[in-house]
Design a protein around this ligand. Structure first.
Ligand code: ATP
Ligand code: MG
Length: 302
């Protein structure tokens, strides 16, 4: 019997936010409160990933819908390893993964949706954004100097700028929904205590030293401002066609299962089918078989 009893079909539903107006971060835990059997969690993740992989094959063959998975979080929340784990076993040909760091000069010379728009998944694919245009209402809000570096005309930078960006993002996500892209947004919700433990592990464990970035310690001092920015962002941009999932991220195994479950449920809801052949081709299938049976044997000789 499964030891992780919380793993039921669509258990991630309780982390989904479709309506932001009453959203308050203080109501959301960073820990699931569940006792996790790590081995069991790994087996269960494998099962879910296998199902995701099967459905991704059909998504690709069907070539109508696409899926965009957006990951946002504080440093060391486990974005990278979650992406790696939930997409392991999925055909790489149908996946597009992009990480967005500080914008280049060329990117700063365009509107804030430009660089990510170029990276949207094509039909039939699963796209992943490791950070995204949401940084524009998060890090850019926490650090006003970043907004200044965007060289916007002065009279466009008013106290309404965040509201305006929320509006633009909502309109953009509606456009994606209307074009056949299912958008899921994951906030891996980590506690400052767990982040500290992960930073210490990066310092102490030689195999993790390379992940340590002293700038992460500086960003950590802005924790409250970041949480305020996340709260307002989710309040203004959570909607039915592009929901946020606020995933308790203090336990990585649990977070991965929850994300994988949300992806699987979304793919299942699409009710995907392999494209069917035309009646004309179906009628002719036997004769095509005959052609293969009777073909010259020469082609097997080198
Ligand atoms: P980890 O969780 O392992 O630290 P990461 O996603 O933080 O990974 P990094 O390369 O360390 O990856 O950092 C990317 C940095 O780029 C982040 O600090 C992020 O806030 C910043 N960034 C992303 N988009 C923007 C943006 N539009 N404007 C300014 N900074 C941005
Ligand atoms: Mg970082």
């Amino acid at each position: 019997m499964a030891k992780n009893n919380f793993v039921k079909n669509n258990f991630s539903e309780k982390y989904r936010v479709e309506e932001g107006n009453k959203f308050q971060l203080k109501d959301w835990e960073t820990s699931s409160g569940e006792k996790i059997d790590e081995d069991e969690a790994e087996d269960q993740l494998k099962e879910i990933v296998e199902q995701i992989s099967d459905l991704q094959n059909i998504l690709y063959a069907d070539n109508k819908w696409s899926l965009l998975l957006i990951f946002q979080a504080m440093d060391a929340a486990g974005k990278d390893s979650t992406i790696k784990n939930i997409l392991s076993g999925v055909n790489p040909q149908g996946c597009e993964v992009y990480a967005f760091g500080r914008p280049s000069v060329e990117e700063l010379g365009h509107d804030f949706l430009w660089r990510t728009t170029k990276c949207l998944p094509q039909r039939g694919n699963i796209g992943v954004f490791n950070r995204s245009y949401y940084e524009e209402t998060l890090v850019a809000r926490v650090h006003p100097e970043l907004l200044k570096a965007q060289c916007l005309p002065n009279n466009l930078v008013t106290e309404n700028i965040w509201e305006e960006r929320f509006e633009d993002i909502c309109a953009f996500e509606k456009h994606m929904a209307r074009s056949g892209t299912k958008v899921l947004k994951f906030f891996l919700h980590l506690s400052p205590e767990e982040q500290k433990a992960r930073f210490l592990e990066r310092i102490d464990n030689p195999k993790k030293n390379w992940k340590f970035d002293k700038n992460d310690l500086y960003e950590r001092t802005f924790w409250k401002r970041y949480m305020h920015a996340y709260e307002e962002t989710i309040q203004h941009t959570a909607c039915k066609h592009a929901p946020w999932y606020v995933i308790p991220a203090d336990n990585k195994a649990y977070a991965r299962l929850a994300v994988a479950d949300a992806v699987l449920s979304t793919l299942k809801d699409l009710d995907l089918k392999y494209p069917s052949l035309s009646d004309e081709i179906i009628v002719s299938l036997k004769s095509f078989k005959g052609i293969l049976d009777k073909e010259e044997q020469d082609i097997y000789k080198i």
